[in-house]
Design a protein around this ligand. Structure first.
Ligand code: TXA
Ligand code: MG
Length: 316
């Protein structure tokens, strides 16, 4: 199969929507990273996502919808969910809530989307192209990040094609993703839990709920099944909290620590988040081991450090 690159215009969006309707896979830009989209009601289409990525079937998918009203068709809504969604949707935040009616409810979603869990991860993205496509398609879109499983997430259409060309029908080319890190995942099926740090700082969620939000415990059964430690992995070894490159290494700087490339010379965490995956893709192409400068562990820095730790983890 030849993967089409669709232009970010009404024709491209209409073509992408028609492919989704036909049960094909379409990569789409969101403000976080590119997603690999399929009709979440079509079991054959959802199964094709797992095959194209080489993703284990036990790892459930996020469903993307255009607005809160549509989200309420698929999950059991709550006061906390409403407060958070009103404040942060559309945006880089995913909520995990009870699947409406349970596994055998009349939500119409393929069982593969939830991997048999009684909860659903759902998100309303802010990217204008994602929103236009969701409205045009008029159905729920299951979409993991559009990378081969375990590899660096894509923040440009070229990254998508590097990893998945020939395995998916099309990519809707929206240029670079402005946030650059995946969504924050907030578990609200039970007491609030941070399942994955991401594009919305947890501090902002805590301020909204007026409570601290503990990170999920690794032994907790509701842990995001995808939080396998080695992830977002470049091919080369990654060394963290480095002040300077050792012989043979390429250096990724931050703030006052210089490098062959930098996340942000001014030490800006938004700029660093947006630059992270592109920099890892570029440095990985050198084939040399990568040293990375320290990044402060607050705000978006928490999500950046989470991705860096996974990139540096021993490969399993
Ligand atoms: O920014 C993002 O979230 C991007 C864009 C495309 O939306 N998507 C994304 O999807 O990062 P993915 O599949 O790469 O990561 C989703 C994570 C996985 O770790 C998965 O295990 C977890 O969400 N997840 C999905 N459904 C879940 C559920 N019901 N309970 C707990 N974790 C869940
Ligand atoms: Mg992913």
């Amino acid at each position: 199969m030849t993967t089409l690159r669709l232009a970010p215009d009404p024709d491209g969006i209409a073509h992408a929507a028609a492919l989704l309707t036909a049960g094909d896979l379409v990569a789409l830009p969101t403000e976080t990273v590119y997603g690999l989209g399929a009709d979440a009601r079509n079991g054959r289409a959802v199964a094709a996502i797992f095959d194209a990525k080489g993703r284990p079937r036990f790892n459930p998918l996020i469903v993307h919808v255009p607005d809160i009203a549509t989200a309420e068709r698929y999950v059991t809504w709550s006061d906390d969910a409403d407060r958070i969604a009103q404040a942060f949707w559309p945006g880089p935040l995913t909520l995990v809530l009870p699947l409406r009616g349970g596994l055998h409810g009349d939500h119409g979603l393929s069982d593969l989307v939830t991997a048999g869990l009684g909860t659903l991860a759902i998100r309303v993205p802010a990217h204008p192209l994602a929103r236009d496509l969701l409205r045009r398609f008029d159905g729920p879109v299951a979409a993991p990040s559009a990378n081969p499983s375990g590899r660096i997430s894509p923040t440009t259409a070229d990254h998508v094609l590097d990893g998945l060309s020939g395995r998916i029908a099309a990519v809707l080319d929206g240029g670079a993703c402005p946030v650059g890190l995946e969504s924050t995942i907030l578990g609200l099926a039970d007491t609030p839990r941070l399942l994955r740090p991401g594009g919305v700082p947890v501090e902002a969620l805590e301020a909204c709920l007026g409570a601290t939000i503990p990170a999920v415990d690794k032994s907790d059964p509701i842990t995001a099944p995808g939080q396998l430690l080695s992830h977002y992995a470049p091919r080369a070894a990654v060394r963290l909290n480095a002040d300077a490159a050792r012989p043979g290494e390429v250096m990724l700087g931050f703030g006052a620590v210089p490098g062959d490339d930098t996340l942000s010379a001014s030490g800006d965490l938004h700029e660093a988040a947006a630059a992270l995956f592109g920099a890892l893709h570029r440095l990985d192409a050198t084939g040399q081991p990568i040293a990375v400068a320290p990044v402060p562990d607050h705000g978006l820095g928490r999500a950046i450090n989470d991705r860096l730790r996974r990139a540096a983890a021993p490969r399993g």
